[in-house]
Design a protein around this ligand. Structure first.
Ligand SMILES: Nc1ncnc2c1ncn2[C@@H]1O[C@H](COP(=O)(O)OP(=O)(O)OP(=O)(O)O)[C@@H](O)[C@H]1O
Ligand SMILES: [Mg+2]
Length: 260
């Protein structure tokens, strides 16, 4: 039995590129995630964050390494339904991550149908509750994604993830496509939901400013490797690595009152 809810050990990913050469996108990445905790993963574009996220969520196979959830080793992509249910994904682009031809009701109901034996009436009630949870009006059930704003679409994406009652939600830059005010609202929503439901987040971002307010711990990645990891406060106040210092310097000071 592992000490933590989720443990990733020695994750390694080699992509075979179109011209037949191998490219190592992720190398020897290890981390853990406690229940109700948020681990922020930060690093520049191409550093391997999404590759790590997709391996954890079972969306792409691992080249090597292991992922343990609770006391169970998870296979790369051939996961049984209950393991799939346990780790959900919220995508960077909220609009394209929702099927444009499905009504919001059907999008949020899909995991309910897939993972739980519920009748139509129970599903309808649960969809209402999930929309309440993410702060969307129940009337939105009969709308299509194209009739919602980006921020509202991301709330639907979060409701869909919550519908599966997961232990872990992988949030892959969930606010990058949104403007600053909406970003802050989505972060507050995620924090509130974590307090209410005890769900754990693997939260990915380009910059440390988003990570600061939501993460308990931070892991910094560069060129497929972990350069530094630790408590959020420690990473900000006493960064050990030059690259981490450069990420801190890139933060507009106004966003972090404690640093003025
Ligand atoms: N399917 C693939 N085939 C080949 N190379 C890939 C594939 N997917 C990603 N890569 C490469 O692996 C590296 C890591 O990509 P990844 O998407 O994990 O980075 P990222 O940190 O999420 O970047 P971003 O911040 O831009 O989202 C990049 O160099 C990318 O080009
Ligand atoms: Mg990415």
């Amino acid at each position: 039995m592992s000490k933590h809810l989720l443990e990733a050990e020695g994750l390694h990913k080699v992509y075979r590129t179109r011209n037949g050469t191998d490219f190592t996108a992720v190398q020897n990445v290890s981390f853990y995630l406690g229940q109700g905790e948020t681990l922020g993963i930060v690093g520049e574009s191409g550093s391997g964050k999404t590759t790590v996220a997709k391996m954890v969520a079972g969306m792409i196979p691992l080249t090597s390494g292991s992922i343990i959830l609770g006391d169970k080793a998870l296979s790369g992509t051939k996961r049984i339904r209950s393991d799939k249910r346990s780790i959900q994904y919220v995508f960077q682009d909220p609009v394209s991550s929702l099927n444009p031809r499905w009504k919001i009701r059907d999008i949020v109901a899909e995991p309910l149908k897939l993972y739980f034996q519920m009748n139509a009436k129970a599903i309808d009630k649960r969809v209402d509750e999930l929309l309440d949870d993410v702060g969307l009006p129940r009337e939105f059930k009969s709308r299509y994604p194209g009739e919602l704003s980006g921020g509202q679409c991301q709330r639907v994406g979060i409701a869909r993830a919550l519908a599966a009652e997961p232990a872990v939600i992988v949030c892959d830059e969930p606010t990058s496509a949104l403007d600053m005010t909406i970003q802050a609202q989505i972060l507050e929503l995620l924090k509130k939901l974590q307090q209410q439901k005890g769900v754990s987040y693997l939260f990915i971002a380009h910059g440390l400013e988003v990570i600061y307010s939501i993460s308990h711990r931070v892991m910094v990645m560069k060129a497929g490797e972990v350069v530094e990891a630790g408590e959020t406060k420690q990473i900000f106040h006493d960064p050990q690595h030059e690259y981490t210092r450069s990420l801190i310097e890139a933060i507009p000071r106004i966003n972090i009152p404690q640093f003025q």
